[in-house]
Design a protein around this ligand. Structure first.
Ligand code: 5MY
Ligand code: ATP
Ligand code: ZN
Length: 453
């Protein structure tokens, strides 16, 4: 018999977190089919705020783009298309052991309204102002709770999970990058975006995190990246103990880690990491770093991110050909520059343009997804566990671990223009900031020279 979530079920679901597009709830009830699951609900913008995944079906051009994956284009339901995108495109690329595409479960409007009411007080104010539960949806996505291990014989063991949003792990080298944007070849998009976010008040401090360290494949650099994420977690690093968040921003970003947060975290680790005060956090960060390194999971993610090989400066031209609109970028550049650099992109076949944009959007998903790694101490040596394990020297403990990707959502085709605009804004702001700093340095040294004379 098919389950339909009704108003009476809403109380069993508790707030877990959210991003820009979805709300996630954990299960606290006793229905066996829901134990160990989370529910992902789509959000709808509140009046006047920026639009999100609102259309109910794929557009004509999106159908063209994903035409090779029949299931995706056959469905008239956008949420289902998103789920099929994870199943048929992201999962084979990243590895099916790391990806759970979930299952859609019908839900009544009353269920969604009731859930919305129950959780509103726990949501960050900025998220509440931007969006609410989309009560027009008639289903929700049910997926494994990746902050826990599936129920079995190990219930007594605590489970600690880390969520990492690693963002883009490479510097672009496309020949289509405009000269004015050359800085993109040497400074990561994450670092440049930090400057803009700080300027716009979206973050309170620069993140110390460098995605190039995280994706470097070097154990020491990965360790550095993890320590930096712990110092400045923003929305890139969270920790859960037995499914409850113990570190990082709930539903949004977090401020930099201070003495008090460090102390609380060190205390919370007591039940899972052995060691004296002041040592447990260090051991835990080492555990995370070694797991990222040993699992090799980011190598695969990097490959998928690199499907964006032309950069938005190249892919945007293919986009305009797909949607059969005049290229606004070439138009803004003027005829001469266009003929020199971008004509080749406008002379390729439609299938080639489709491949460029398709790969770009798959890469965009890979640059925005997160990784959840869960650990539990393994008491009985090495036998019988289906999970990988790792020995943590500082605490002299073995841990089972599992790795999963979350948030592998399909990006909308119309976002291409937004990507181009945001990229321009990030680079322009960063260039301006560097120029101002250089000018100030020059002025200071001129003044110092004058004083000396
Ligand atoms: O553009 P970016 O790099 O800022 O990424 C956006 C994320 O911002 P952040 O990681 O904080 O920088 C943004 O995250 P936040 O809302 O800032 O937590 C979303 O993940 C957004 O994706 P979507 O609109 O939900 O599909 C993300 O948009 P996409 O670029 O992945 O479409
Ligand atoms: N399967 C899962 N198991 C446990 N926790 C999860 C799971 N999926 C999501 N979460 C939690 O819910 C939060 C929000 O989920 P998600 O990242 O999918 O939202 P989103 O709106 O798609 O994000 P974004 O803003 O990046 O687009 C995550 O940061 C994570 O803490
Ligand atoms: Zn063009």
């Amino acid at each position: 018999m098919e389950v339909i979530l009704e108003k009476k079920d809403a109380g069993d679901w508790i707030y877990r977190g959210e991003g820009a597009a979805n709300l996630v709830l954990g299960y606290n009830g006793s229905t066996p089919a829901f134990i160990g699951k989370v529910m992902r609900l789509q959000k709808a913008p509140v009046n006047g705020s920026k639009s999100m995944n609102s259309p109910t079906a794929l557009t004509v051009h999106e159908r063209l783009l994903w035409k090779d994956t029949e299931d995706i284009v056959a469905t008239s339901n956008k949420e289902l298309a998103c789920q099929l995108f994870v199943k048929h495109i992201m999962s084979p690329l990243l590895g099916s052991t790391y990806v759970d595409s979930g299952m859609r479960v019908p839900a009544s409007k009353e269920f969604l309204e009731s859930v919305e009411k129950n959780i509103i007080s726990q949501r960050p104010a900025s998220r509440v102002d931007a969006a609410k539960v989309d009560t027009q949806c008639d289903s929700v996505l049910l997926m494994s709770d990746h902050s826990l291990f599936p129920r079995g014989t190990h219930e007594v063991e605590p489970c600690i999970s880390v969520e990492i949003k690693p963002k883009c792990g490479f510097l672009p080298s496309s020949k289509f990058i405009d000269e004015g944007n050359a800085i993109k070849r040497s400074i990561t998009r994450f670092q440049m975006h930090q400057a803009l976010k700080l300027h716009q008040g979206e973050v309170s401090e620069y993140s110390e995190y460098n995605p190039l360290d995280m994706f470097s494949g070097s154990k020491d650099r990965i360790h550095n990246a993890i320590r930096d994420l712990f110092s400045t977690p923003q929305n890139n690093f969270r920790v859960f103990l037995n499914g409850s968040q113990i570190f990082g921003g709930l539903g949004g970003g977090a401020d930099s880690t201070n003495f008090v947060t460090r102390g609380k975290f060190e205390d919370a680790l007591k039940c899972v990491i052995q060691g004296g005060d002041g040592l447990r956090t260090m051991s835990f960060l080492q555990l995370v770093a070694e797991t990222v390194h040993n699992s090799g999971v980011l190598d695969q993610l990097l490959e998928v991110q690199k499907l964006d090989n032309l950069d938005i400066d190249g892919a945007i031209h293919a986009y305009y050909d797909i949607v059969s609109e005049p290229c606004m970028v070439c138009r803004a550049f003027g005829k001469e520059k266009m003929s020199q650099r971008y004509l080749s992109l406008h002379s390729i076949s439609l299938d080639e343009s489709l491949k460029i944009v398709k790969d770009f959007l798959i890469a965009a998903t890979a640059k925005d997804c997160s990784l959840m790694i869960s650990f539990r101490p393994r008491k009985d040596g090495n036998t019988g566990s289906p999970y990988n394990n790792l020995y943590l020297e500082p605490s002299n403990q073995f841990f089972d671990y599992k790795v999963n990707f979350i948030d592998l959502d399909l990006k909308q085709l119309k976002k291409m223009e937004e990507y181009y605009e945001l990229d321009k804004k990030i680079v322009t702001y960063y260039n301006r900031m560097v120029e101002t700093e250089e000018r100030q340095k020059k002025n200071t040294s001129t003044m110092a020279l004058k004083t000396a004379n």
